[in-house]
Write a protein that binds this ligand. Structure first.
Ligand SMILES: [Zn+2]
Length: 160
């Protein structure tokens, strides 16, 4: 990839992610009650994209109609602000949504994970690599690599 191609694909990734705006709004609300401006600000910090009032407020309105969100005017500093919070039903809805999302991302990521050549666990983070007989082998840890070289199957409990 050239630098320019990388920039363009980065932009495409950002565009696709910003279509997750409804998902992000719910994610932010699930972290606690918030007012509209704070949601817009947090959205920009997390995604690097702007969330327009024209996207946010109609969506909040729709969530209220469905009984997932309530609004309440509370003073923040000197000004009254409209604070939005998830209802019990809204929190349950978010839980289902996040579970579904986790399942989707896991099914996308899992096949790309390497497994330890010795004990077979999936290597999520780091891992230990060694070249054995000219092949780069992946292990979860150096104990597994040592066990593999000894020719034995390594039981994960042996670490301790
Ligand atoms: Zn292992």
């Amino acid at each position: 990839m050239t630098g320019e191609e990388r920039d363009r694909s980065e932009e495409e990734v950002n565009n696709i992610l910003s279509d997750f705006s409804q998902f992000y709004i719910l994610l932010l609300l699930s972290e606690g009650p918030s007012h509209g401006y704070a949601l817009i600000k947090a959205f920009r910090e997390r995604t690097g994209r702007n969330l327009s009032a024209g996207t946010l407020y109609p969506f909040l309105h729709k969530l209220q109609e469905r009984g997932l969100v309530t609004q309440e005017d509370r003073p923040v500093g000197k000004k009254p602000r409209t604070i939005y919070s998830l209802t019990k039903k809204g929190r349950e809805f978010c839980e289902r949504l996040f579970e579904r999302f986790a399942a989707i991302t896991a099914s996308a990521i899992e096949p790309r994970l390497e497994t330890c050549a010795s004990c077979g666990v999936k290597i999520y983070d780091g891992g230990y690599y060694e070249v054995i007989d000219g092949r780069k082998m992946a292990f979860c840890c150096k104990h597994c690599a040592a066990a593999y070289k000894r020719g034995g199957h390594h039981d994960h409990d042996d670490h301790k």
